[in-house]
Ligand binder design. Sequence first.
Ligand code: FES
Ligand code: FES
Length: 152
Amino acid sequence: MKVSFQLNGKDIEVEAPGNRALLDLLRDDLGVKSVKKGCENGECGACTVLLDGAPVTSCLVLAPQVEGRAVTTIDGLVDDPFMVKLRQAFLEDGAIQCGFCTPGVLISSYALLKGNPKPTADEVKKAIEGNLCRCTGYVAIIKAILHASERI
Ligand code: FES
Ligand code: FES
């Protein structure tokens, strides 16, 4: 089947079987490797993208479900002021180690700050509860998100 959607602001049309996960569509068919493949069952958050502005685990979204909708990855937010502040804070606060979880964490954090630019630490924890990090732990990540929010 043909699937038409917007990817990072560009209109895309791809051929995909109805049971193809958005994660595979992005990585394997469209070459968007910033979206990471971890558990493939909604547990790790590494594959998180925005669907019409809301964070979703792309391994649990099927290709037909994005028809006519807008998908955003970190690649589409390079110059976005919120994302710029988040990236700066992640670097300054050492919130990145191997980086595998980072795109998903950034997307979840970005969605949080867009809706709630001055979150509490508990709200930050809630926003990233679906994103697993096997390296840094969460203290530095939470600190970085709060630092970014102070600069917004
Ligand atoms: S790969 Fe999608 S949640 Fe883990
Ligand atoms: S930095 Fe390695 S998984 Fe989070």
